[in-house]
Write a protein that binds this ligand. Structure first.
Ligand SMILES: Cc1cc2nc3c(=O)[nH]c(=O)nc-3n(C[C@H](O)[C@H](O)[C@H](O)COP(=O)(O)OP(=O)(O)OC[C@H]3O[C@@H](n4cnc5c(N)ncnc54)[C@H](O)[C@@H]3O)c2cc1C
Length: 491
């Protein structure tokens, strides 16, 4: 039995890989599925175009995984395609290098005429001097996490949310079990392998393996705009930098990202200064961006492993992610860590750690995730009754039929409270549905946390229409929940 720590893309991907090889798996997730970076990313299904010059190996991996994900999880991918657009007085030698790199990585690149660019990407800077089309796409992270979760459970795997790894038990230097804390107390689970897929928390978990390592963490901020102003992915054709990618999601578009080193694994609260800087960078591609309505800002944390030669197992696959066999580094045998990478390459990462686990267990079964489609989620659920969330069209019955979900799962599973009003109107109505089952004390806490979380993302971008919405949101929040704002918060 294998215990996987972390319910993000890496953890669920690993569980699915191992289950398909016939190995029983339990996933323990400290909070809700997708609570870490996998629920706080940009949503780009990389074609590899971004990395052809800086990291050709990663570019090839993205190219291959992009193809695979389109085949195995089509319902989680929007195959929009993407443009790389050159703007400003850029050195054209980078474009030559980029075209050469794309060719070597096998990324199909089509030159785009100015006429096509202006037709397909309205609002793009007129002075742009080069444009190419690549197979970028949109990766719906929450949809893919739900697909993985459902397929894992259907295949007999166990997923335990609100379950935190606290300790690893061992016998003669080999893993023999774990202790986890749950809402009902501490639980012991017997297992002979632990896979640490805890994203930005991975170095904390590794300390439980008697073999710590250090990580570089960097926070990235993104801005969500209220309308789909950009119908396809648009990248700036330049060495990867800040604020150089637009990714459409449903009726919105996300601009990102930044890269600020930090010590904590927790996503920081976005700041207004960084939001303004992101907007200024975005205006290089879309000059009218200041007039677009911003919905909110949010941050995620990149988990990067600090490598040295000793650190990485011999079967090292990518420079972008690392599989660490702690037994081989004189830590616990049967303990593995999977660190770094991208959402786009989660399947390859899972296959790589799966190979190591199988070698340790003496299981001679190859990974089949690349050729096994994830069965679509079959959860029609009643959708009738009055509208609860007007922005996203979520009805009372669609929430009430998922009463055992957490509020966060309601939000990411139905999109309630994610539209222009950010829950100002619907949060109270939605949470009230839960009160008969969970009691007023519990659900008032849920309401306060939801409103506070939405507020954190709105306030740093409170200008124009969004300032009116943010102030209204606060007035409703503080009046109905009898809360008070700190005086500095209203500056
Ligand atoms: C700003 C930003 C933008 C990005 N954009 C893109 C993009 O457009 N395209 C792309 O392909 N990639 C992108 N990425 C990268 C991608 O999002 C991450 O590589 C990926 O989501 C990491 O997933 P993970 O499962 O490793 O970590 P996480 O999703 O963080 O999962 C780790 C989980 O472990 C849990 N955990 C921690 N400690 C414990 C414990 N003790 N016990 C139990 N559970 C625990 C946490 O609660 C968490 O849910 C982006 C990253 C960032 C930061």
């Amino acid at each position: 039995m294998v215990v996987v720590v972390g319910g993000g893309a890496s953890g669920l991907g690993t569980a699915w890989d191992l289950l398909l090889r016939g190995i029983p798996v339990t996933v323990v997730e400290a909070e809700d599925i997708g609570r870490g970076t996998s629920g706080r990313f940009h949503g780009l299904l990389h074609s590899g175009g971004r990395y052809v010059v800086s990291d050709p190996r990663s570019a090839r991996e993205c190219r291959e995984e992009n193809d695979i994900l389109r085949r195995i999880a089509p319902s989680a991918i929007e195959p929009t395609g993407g443009y790389f657009v050159g703007v400003g007085d850029q050195d054209t030698s980078y474009i030559d290098e980029w075209l050469k790199g794309a060719d070597q990585a096998g990324i199909p690149v089509r030159p785009v005429s100015r006429k096509e660019l202006e037709e397909k990407v309205p609002g793009i800077r007129r002075e742009s001097h080069a444009a190419y089309f690549v197979p970028d796409g949109v990766l719906e992270g929450f949809t893919l996490l739900t697909l993985l979760k459902d397929n894992i459970e259907k295949a007999g795997g166990t997923i335990l949310p609100n379950t935190r790894l606290e300790a690893v038990r061992h016998t003669n230097g080999r893993v023999s079990g774990v202790s986890v804390s749950t809402r009902n107390g501490v639980l012991d689970i017997n297992c002979n392998v632990v896979v640490n897929a805890a994203g930005p928390w991975a170095s904390d978990v590794a300390h439980l393996f008697d073999d710590g390592f250090s990580m570089q963490r960097a926070a990235g901020m993104m801005l969500i705009f209220a309308n789909r102003m950009v119908p396809q992915v648009v990248n700036r054709l330049a060495p990867p930098g800040d604020g150089d990618i637009f990714v459409p999601h449903g009726e919105t578009v996300i601009l990102g990202t930044t890269d600020v080193p930090q010590d904590s694994p927790e996503a920081p609260v976005p700041t207004r200064a960084e939001a303004r800087r992101l907007l200024a960078l975005g205006s290089e591609l879309f000059p009218a961006i200041e007039s677009w309505r911003v919905l909110r800002a949010f941050c995620g944390v990149r988990p990067l492993f600090q490598k040295d030669v000793r650190d990485v197992k011999s079967r090292y696959v990518s420079r972008d992610f690392s599989v660490i066999d702690h037994g081989a580094r004189h830590g616990l045998e049967g303990a593995f860590s999977l660190v770094g990478g991208k959402w786009t390459t989660y399947r390859l990462m899972a296959e790589s750690v799966g190979d190591e686990v199988c070698m340790y267990l003496g299981v001679d079964t190859a990974s089949i995730t690349a050729s096994t489609a994830l069965s679509p989620v079959n959860r029609p659920g009643p959708a009738g009754g009055p509208l609860v969330c007007e922005c996203e069209g979520v009805t009372r019955d669609s929430l009430a039929s998922r009463m055992d979900w957490s509020v966060d799962d309601w939000r990411t599973g139905t999109w309630f409270a994610m539209g222009p009003c950010q829950g100002t109107m619907c949060a109270h109505r939605a949470i009230a549905l839960r009160t008969p089952r969970y009691g007023p004390e519990h659900t008032l806490g849920e309401l306060a946390r939801l409103r506070e979380e939405r507020d954190k993302g709105m306030w740093p971008v409170a200008w124009g229409d969004n300032a009116r919405e943010a102030v209204f949101n606060r007035a409703v929040r503080f009046q109905t929940l009898a809360e008070e704002a700190g005086s500095d918060e209203w500056e």
